[in-house]
Structure formats: structure tokens, C-alpha cells
Design a protein around this ligand. Sequence first.
Ligand code: NAD
Length: 258
Amino acid sequence: MSRVITSFTGEVAFVTGGSGGMGRAVSIAFAAAGASVVLCDVADDTGEETVSLARDTGGTAIFVHADVADAAQVEAAVGVAVEQFGRLDCAVNAAAIENESVPLHECDDASFDRMQAVNVRGLFLSMKAELRAMLAGSHGGAIVNIASTNSFRPQPNQPAYTASKHAVLGLTRSAAIDYAPMGIRINAICPGGIDTPMLRNAMARRGRDPQEVAGRLSLLGRFGRPEEIAAAALWLCSEGSSYTLGHALSVDAGYLAR
Ligand SMILES: NC(=O)c1ccc[n+]([C@@H]2O[C@H](COP(=O)([O-])OP(=O)(O)OC[C@H]3O[C@@H](n4cnc5c(N)ncnc54)[C@H](O)[C@@H]3O)[C@@H](O)[C@H]2O)c1
């Protein structure tokens, strides 16, 4: 269930990784709250499913195929938002990969490079295109980058992913400083264990018991729902967070507090 926490009627939102768990929930929540949504992803079928779910709320959504690691594809995807809806107000960057379970000395170079290409370069390219669109509109905006509790406290055997999620905070804070004068607020969310295909695949790969993992990662003893991340993302894009800039918001059921 997505809950409307504020109205985004008349606003345009762009979401990367919109075919997957959190990106899908964010896209649906924006559409339900009145925004026109453009979502991109490399997964086409599930992207169109997100569009259908977003339209079921009565909202407006378009899917664009784009690999965030490819500058031309990301620019074209952001371009669709501006061409179709005339402006860009909000962006949530959720696209990422996580597919490792080895310590650094066993991490192969190609895997490391691809992780940084998607999780770091992809986020950099997405922000670049989003910022250019927002600056062209001269009416400010808000960007939310999905980092991780790994940005502060790594899980074992995730060297490349952990490095990439530290870099997400670096890009977030650096840009928050540079674009505050232009009225563009940039923040990050650090999710804990959220029930998405990424988490389910990671647990299966490592042969982990979901109940044990949820008990270890969450003071509530359960995984988070993608909708709980969407609620935080919409708040960070809303006027309700007008004094919040360069922040890393943990949405982790207290994992980092322990
Ligand atoms: N699930 C968790 O427990 C958890 C915890 C902390 C942080 N995160 C972060 O949250 C974000 C969302 O993850 P999720 O759990 O919803 O994962 P997910 O795998 O369900 O969704 C990620 C989406 O990104 C897309 N994607 C992957 N590579 C892409 C590329 N090159 N270009 C465009 N799209 C691409 C995938 O196709 C997928 O639809 C990610 O940044 C992830 O690192 C997840």
C-alpha cells in the first residue's frame, strides 16, 4: 500500500531502477501523489508492470529503457521527462546492483568495475542529467539518492558494494553543497534490510535464513517494505523537508543505532 503524504500534482518525477523493489514503490507513490512519473531501468517487462501499477492509482507514468551506466541512455531518459511533461522537479536514484559474496582478495576486477560503473558512475550520470534539467527549469528541485546502511556499517564480503555505497554519500554531500544556492536539495536514504528482489537474491546466494537475517538487521524483527522507503523519499522531495540538505536518512528499523 502506498500512502500519500503530500501532493505532487503538477510536478514531474524521474526514478532510476523503477522496475525493481524500491524504485517501483517510489514510482507508484509519486504517481499516486499526483506527479507525472518517468521511470527507467534495464528490465523492460517489469518496468511496464510498474507503469501499469502506477496508472492503477489514477496517476501518470512512462517507462524508458536505460542503462544508467550509459551517459547517452540516461540523458535520453531524463529528456523524455522534460519533452513529455515540460519540467523536472524530483528525482530518486535507486538503480544499483549487488551480486558479491567474497572478501576483497577474491573480488575479481571486472566485477568491481561493473559495480562502480552502475552504482557510482550510473548515479553520477543520473544526477548530472537531472541537475541539468532542473537548472534549465530555474525552479529548484529535489534529488534523493539511495545509499545503504553499508555506507556506514559494511556487511561482510561486500567490498565493491560497500565502496560504491560510500561513494553515493560522497556524491550526495558534494552536490548538496554546490546546488543549495540554486534551490536544489539533495539527500540520501540509507535503507536497512528491505524486502526486494535484491535482498531475496542475496540471501539465497549466501544460503541465509530470512528470519535470522531480519532478526539481526532490524529492531522490529522484520524486513522493511519498499513502500516504507518510498514514504521517506517522497518526504525528502516535499516541502516538509525544506530545511534538510546533504542528509543521510537511515530507514533501517534501528540497525545503525545498535
Ligand atoms: N534491498 C535492500 O535490502 C537494500 C538495502 C540497502 C540499500 N539498497 C539499495 O536500494 C536501491 C534499490 O534496491 P532494491 O533492493 O529495490 O533492488 P532491486 O534489485 O529490486 O531493484 C534495483 C533495480 O535497478 C535496476 N538496475 C540494475 N542495474 C541497472 C542499470 N545499469 N541501469 C538501470 N537500472 C538498473 C534493476 O533492473 C532493478 O529493477 C539500490 O540502490 C540498493 O543498492 C537495498
